[in-house]
Design a protein around this ligand. Structure first.
Ligand SMILES: *Cc1c(COP(=O)(O)O)cnc(C)c1O
Length: 803
């Protein structure tokens, strides 16, 4: 150990002991592992705070522009390893803890996985926050501090059961309560015109309070802030009512405030659920916009210069009421003329679209919106009349004008949040090249005709710190030995590996790393599920939200077809495979939940069938989250990215797998296309209809029944599932699900089945060519450095934010 490290270890050690005594309140001998965990985090946090203050001071001194990233989700996962690694203190901390008999890795397991997000969109926000800090860009993330967040998934007899996530039950050492940063958020009431302007008198008010979490950039360059809002009642208890015996009624305001920050995505199948969701969106958006304008006014004075000092990015439509809220504050509070405020708003706001699925484009029933946000409704009408005037002037026809309108007039009138975000932003970006092109030609075709310069593309990325350096240290070691460590600062330098793609020694070492990761995963899955898997089998992984468009069903039907073939031809030389599935289904999404049950039913049958002799195993991993992803991805050989073409906006899971040396089997969808362009056609397995062919097939009248009847393998697999082979306890469990494939099959499982099945057999053949597989794995690692979120954030900074 060098002298410098030795003294650093001693310093950290003394600090931890001090924190343990004075802040955790425990003696070394009495302290439990969780006390040590807390002391470790708090001691590290002290190091972070110094840098945090330095970063903040620097930003104020330079008077530079800040980025504000508004997102209903931040799927940040665990923070201890991330912070240690980015501060370069991992080794020192390991040694300091070891001297007390503690293993850092074991303490890390005590940290809950902060589940403040749902899937890719929330994880993107977390990767972006890390890259913003790493690129030394001053930024705030704004969201909600959900007490329970996303549900925890338990699998009971194969079925998904949703449990509350209690990630805060032992406190949260990373956060700082900022009671002084408080804003009033209004709902309902009426708007009165007092002669020289309008005033909104909300009927209900709740206080938003900031809770800050530091976000540490790579090499501790900068520490930014993730500011999550929590809600408090103005009047926590009505003492008169309480004393009169109405104990519950006296606390009603507290309960209403709590409900705002309880869960992410409350079920919105009821009007009350819908209303809560709109309240949540307005709550965090209003608090954030008030905070942004307050900071600007305090340091720069005139709100007219807001676009020079602030860039507000809306992550999807959830915060799009920001457009109306910023207008309200500029006009009603700061007295700007409407036109001037509109110009300031547009120059400040950017909007990122994440989906073309029509059911995911938010809109609110007009009566609900008007009742909850009467002043915003007026502003939206005013914006709308301006936009429609511009559309008319530009010569657009009635159909186009109806499509552009912020109000959907068809049937029940609704407020279209995506249109509001579009017209109120100077930049509207898609998240992969194909997705951006489809935005222009489908959902936003008419808005694009009116504002042709606004749509631009920013292909997603993932942070290589979490998704390579931290999750796969063994691989990092081998890469360093091969090409040096420049790739740690610039992931695109991984391309130096291309020259060594066929180097047998490197291939061997990378294969050893993969095997070690697979052994570790096998042990973990054994513990989680009781299923024993062979680390020498091909690990074939599909982990992501369960949704019909992502087509876990295609994978499962193919699994059944393979099972059938192995049983019919046991003499053939089958490639041993482990099929790993994981993902949560929305609680009200019936078919998605049935797919989870099907995966578990198939797993039970196949795993207990001695006739497949361990050639095929199926595992459904419960409660997929960031921490599980960090364990599974480094151990994957094959990455399943098989969405119906045209439906996955980008995907980011696909990037993480390729970066860790898995080959992709996928459709020409989302960022798969750009991954293929970079790794080369020979190092990826592409199959199935293109987005254009999917659209054409649907337009021509798709007939899945004819396809199923024409494919022996497909028909046999479907009829086995439909007839109860995997569900003898309830033979009709999947009759409806399978019937849907015959009758409509919107996601084109049948159309792509044969191509997928053939592609999987070509994967088997590749696997048998060991040297070829290893070279392909290296070429994947070498060529996906471009998918670093540093590159993505660099593009946002240059093209959208001007920072
Ligand atoms: C990356 C990630 C996702 C997104 O995966 P996709 O395959 O792109 O849908 C979802 N959840 C978690 C936990 C992730 O880490």
């Amino acid at each position: 150990m060098s002298l410098e490290i030795t003294s650093k270890v001693a310093e950290i050690d003394a600090h931890i002991i001090d924190v343990l005594r004075h802040r955790v309140g425990k003696d070394e001998r009495a302290a439990k592992p969780h006390d040590w965990y807390t002391a470790t985090c708090l001691a590290l946090r002290d190091v972070i705070i110094d840098r945090w203050m330095e970063s903040t001071r620097k930003t104020y001194d330079e008077g530079g522009k800040r980025v504000y990233y508004l997102s209903l989700e931040f799927l940040i996962g665990r923070l201890l390893r991330d912070a240690l690694s980015n501060l370069g203190l991992t080794r020192e901390m390991e040694k300091a803890l070891a001297s007390h008999g503690f293993d850092l890795a074991a303490l890390e397991e005590l940290e809950p996985d902060a589940a403040l997000g749902n899937g890719g969109l929330g994880r993107l926000a977390a990767c972006f926050m890390e890259s913003l800090a790493s690129l030394d860009i001053p930024a705030y993330g704004y969201g909600i501090r959900y007490v329970n967040g996303m549900f925890r998934q338990r699998i009971d007899d194969g079925w998904q059961v949703e449990l509350p996530e209690t990630w805060l039950s032992h406190g949260n050492p990373w956060e700082f309560d900022r009671r002084e940063s408080a804003y009033l958020i209004g709902f309902g009431g009426e708007v009165v015109d007092n002669g020289d302007g309008v005033e909104w008198h909300p009927h209900e008010k709740v206080e938003a309070n900031a809770v800050d979490t530091p976000v540490v950039g790579y090499k501790g360059k900068r520490v930014n802030t993730l500011r999550l809002w929590t809600a408090n009642p103005l009047d926590p208890i009505r003492l008169d009512a309480f004393n009169a015996g109405d104990h519950a009624g006296a606390l009603a305001e507290q309960v209403r405030a709590d409900a705002l920050v309880r869960v992410l995505y409350p079920a919105d199948s009821t009007p009350a659920g819908q209303e809560l969701r709109l309240r949540q969106e307005y709550f965090f958006t209003s608090a954030s916009i008030q905070d942004i304008v307050r900071r600007h006014a305090q340091y720069h004075g005139d709100v007219r210069t807001l676009p020079d000092k602030a860039a507000i990015q809306l992550n999807d439509t959830h915060p799009s009421v920001a457009v109306a809220e910023l207008m309200r504050i500029l006009v009603d509070v700061h007295g700007l003329e409407f036109n001037e405020a509109w110009d300031v708003t547009k120059r400040t706001v950017g909007y990122t679209n994440h989906t073309l699925l029509p059911e995911a484009l938010e809109s609110w029933p007009l009566p609900l919106f008007e009742r909850l946000l009467p002043r915003h409704m007026q502003i939206i009408y005013a914006i709308n009349s301006r936009v429609l005037r511009e559309a008319r002037k530009a010569g657009l026809d009635d159909r186009a004008i109806a499509a552009i309108s912020l109000i959907d007039e068809g049937g029940e009138r609704r407020v279209r949040m995506a249109n509001l975000a579009f017209v109120g932003a100077h930049s509207i970006n898609g998240v992969a090249a194909l997705h951006t092109e489809l935005m222009k030609s489908t959902v936003f075709a008419d808005l694009h005709a009116l504002y042709p310069t606004r749509i631009n593309n920013k292909t997603n990325g993932v942070t290589p710190r979490r998704w390579l350096q931290q999750c796969n240290p063994r691989l990092v070691g081998v890469i360093k030995d091969a090409i040096g460590d420049a790739f740690l600062d610039d992931a695109e330098k991984l391309s130096d590996l291309n020259a060594l793609a066929t180097d047998a020694q490197l291939g061997e070492r990378i294969a050893e790393v993969k095997r070690a990761n697979k052994v570790a995963l096998a042990g973990h899955l054994k513990q989680l599920t009781g299923i024993r898997i062979d680390p020498d089998a091909l690990f074939d992984v599909q982990i992501k939200r369960i949704h019909e468009y992502k087509r876990q069903l295609l994978n499962l039907i193919e699994t059944v077809a393979l099972y059938d073939q192995i049983r019919s031809h046991p003499e053939r030389d089958w490639t041993p495979r482990v099929k790993i599935f994981g993902g949560k289904a929305a609680p009200s999404y019936h078919n998605a939940k049935l797919v989870i049950k099907l995966a578990n039913d198939i797993a039970r049958r196949i795993n207990s069938d001695p006739s497949v002799g361990g050639l095929l195993k199926v595992v459904f991993v419960p409660n997929y989250n960031v921490t599980l992803a960090e364990r599974i991805i480094p151990a994957a050989d094959l990455s399943e990215q098989i969405s119906t073409a045209g439906m996955e906006a980008s995907g980011t899971g696909n990037m993480k797998f390729a970066l860790n040396g898995a080959l992709t089997i996928g459709t020409l969808d989302g960022a798969n296309i750009e991954i293929k362009d970079r790794v080369g056609d020979d190092n990826i397995v592409i199959f199935g209809l293109t987005a254009e062919e999917v659209a054409q097939t649907r337009a021509d009248g798709y007939n899945p029944r004819a396809i199923i009847e024409g494919s022996r393998e497909l028909q046999q697999a479907i009829s086995a599932i439909a007839s109860g082979v995997f569900s003898p306890d309830d033979p009709n469990r999947y009759t409806g699900l399978m019937g849907g494939l015959y009758d409509s099959d919107w996601f084109m499982v049948a159309a792509d089945f044969d191509a997928y099945h053939a592609a999987q057999r070509s994967v088997d053949a590749r696997w048998e060519d060991e040297a070829g597989w290893r070279a392909s794995a290296i070429r994947n690692i070498a060529n996906v450095g471009w998918f670093s979120s540093d590159r993505t954030i660099g593009e946002y900074a240059r093209d959208i934010w001007g920072v």
